[in-house]
Design a protein around this ligand. Structure first.
Ligand code: HOZ
Length: 432
């Protein structure tokens, strides 16, 4: 049943005012609900698995601030650590011991990372890693995959996922041809296409960057042998392999996709979870490559707020919480129950669907699939997804307002939350 109290009067007022103040009324495009339609929700507060809007509607949250809230929102231990850190100040712009602690935790956890540099967002991490792969190899060209999203820097806005896919935008105006002429693209899960690009561009490709599990074109796992194949191809061609683990890092396993699949890239980008909900990013990898970064080496990259003590504190506490035994088994169990449940309900009602989960990351497409890449993902019935999204929202379930974003659970989600979600889904799917 639709929550009888579902009113969005205050959200409407605030969003109307926001549209006069900020482009589209938002600080990041997907939040505007453009692809799912209807009134975007303006939020007031978060706790555990829940999120409340300004009209006091409560939702079970499967966005988790786009990934970081893996321990549940506003975890008491994270908040307590932040209170203590706040009393020492908000930014030093100078070395702090907290950076050593988080760096050590990241290096211990992520197989490819021998040294790490902290930045302020996943976008920044990917921009820097691109410069680094070019600096190290002395080559300019890179390969990325259609539907993968590595932040909004010029060089990556080619056939990008996330908001670009959500809004169906062409490669963005304002990006000069010269910025993307060295960005080669291939379909995800297509090793032959990557091989052909290497053959057509001998000794010119610095590296291959990918989301090892795509989250920015919806949830798309790698086919068996794909990551292994990329590892072999990059080595054979003197190129680097870069995993963008901004979403998957510390999410699908403590050591990320590289631990989960047993493939070690040369460099890795991180964000989201390692900042525990505060702005953060990081890139790291082989010591010989990272030694090129200034001031060790000549590749320049810097940032006033980088290594910020609040972000480091929230990140350290979040990773400590994730180390508790059973974390990833629990995430896998509840998320599988959710993803399998959604698929079963939709199939029983006669809808073509496909999807799945890896630990606490999941997705559902309204197409019979299988979805191996962005072209497949685009076959999803977007109008149906929009109606599904709205129906769930009205029943107190907050899903990402885009078919082209993955969903996220947290250790704060209970079996009961999943049951309530599936009950809502059964109602909504019956009416689609
Ligand atoms: N582009 C990010 C998700 N893939 C974040 C979107 C947002 O914060 O609005």
């Amino acid at each position: 049943m639709v929550t009888t109290s579902f009113k969005t009067t205050k959200s409407e007022e605030i969003f109307a005012a926001a549209q006069k103040l900020m482009p589209g009324g938002v600080s990041s495009p997907v939040r505007a609900f453009k692809s799912v339609g209807g009134q975007p929700i303006v939020f007031d507060r978060v706790k555990g698995a829940y999120i409340w809007d300004v009209d006091d509607n409560q939702y079970i949250d499967y966005v988790g601030t786009w990934g970081p809230a893996i321990c549940g929102h506003a975890h008491p231990e994270v908040i307590e650590a932040l209170h203590k850190a706040l009393e020492k100040g908000t930014s030093f712009g100078a070395p702090s011991y907290l950076e050593n602690v988080l760096a050590e935790m990241v290096i211990d956890a992520v197989p490819s990372i021998e040294m790490v540099r902290f930045v302020n967002s996943g976008t920044e991490a990917c921009m820097a890693v691109l410069r680094l792969m070019r600096a190290f190899t002395g080559r300019d060209k890179i390969i990325k995959f259609e539907g993968c999203y590595h932040g909004h820097a010029d060089m990556f806005l080619v056939k990008a996922g996330s908001g670009v896919a959500t809004l169906g935008l062409p490669d963005s105006p304002g990006v000069p041809k010269s910025a993307t002429q060295n960005t080669l693209t291939a379909p995800f899960n297509d090793l032959e296409a990557v091989k052909a690009l290497f053959e057509e561009n001998p000794d010119q490709i610095a590296g291959v960057i990918l989301e090892p599990v795509v989250g920015n074109a919806g949830f798309i796992p790698p086919d068996g042998g794909f990551l292994e194949g990329l590892r072999v191809l990059t080595k054979e061609n003197g190129a680097l392999l870069i995993f963008d683990e901004v979403m998957t890092g510390f999410r699908i396993a403590y050591g990320g996709a590289q631990e989960k699949f047993g493939i070690t890239p040369d460099l890795t980008t991180l964000g989201k979870i390692i900042g525990g909900g505060l702005p953060v990013g990081a890139y790291g990898g082989r010591r010989d490559i990272m030694s090129m970064v200034a001031p060790s080496g000549p590749m320049y990259q810097a940032g006033t707020l980088s290594g910020n003590p609040l972000a480091m504190t929230a990140g350290i506490k979040t990773l400590e919480l994730l180390q508790k035994s059973g974390t990833y088994e629990y995430l896998d169990r509840i998320t599988k129950k959710l993803a399998d449940g959604l698929l079963q309900i939709a199939k029983e009602k006669g809808h073509a669907v496909c999807g799945g989960n890896i630990s606490g990351m999941f997705g559902l497409f309204f197409t019979s699939g299988p979805v191996h890449n962005y072209e497949d993902a685009k076959k999803s019935d977007l109008a149906k997804f929009s109606r599904f999204h709205r129906g769930m929202l009205e029943r107190g379930i907050y899903l990402a307002p885009s078919q082209f974003e993955a969903g996220f659970t947290s250790v704060a989600h209970t079996e009961e939350d999943i049951d309530r979600t599936l009950q809502a889904a059964a109602e909504v799917i019956s009416s689609l």
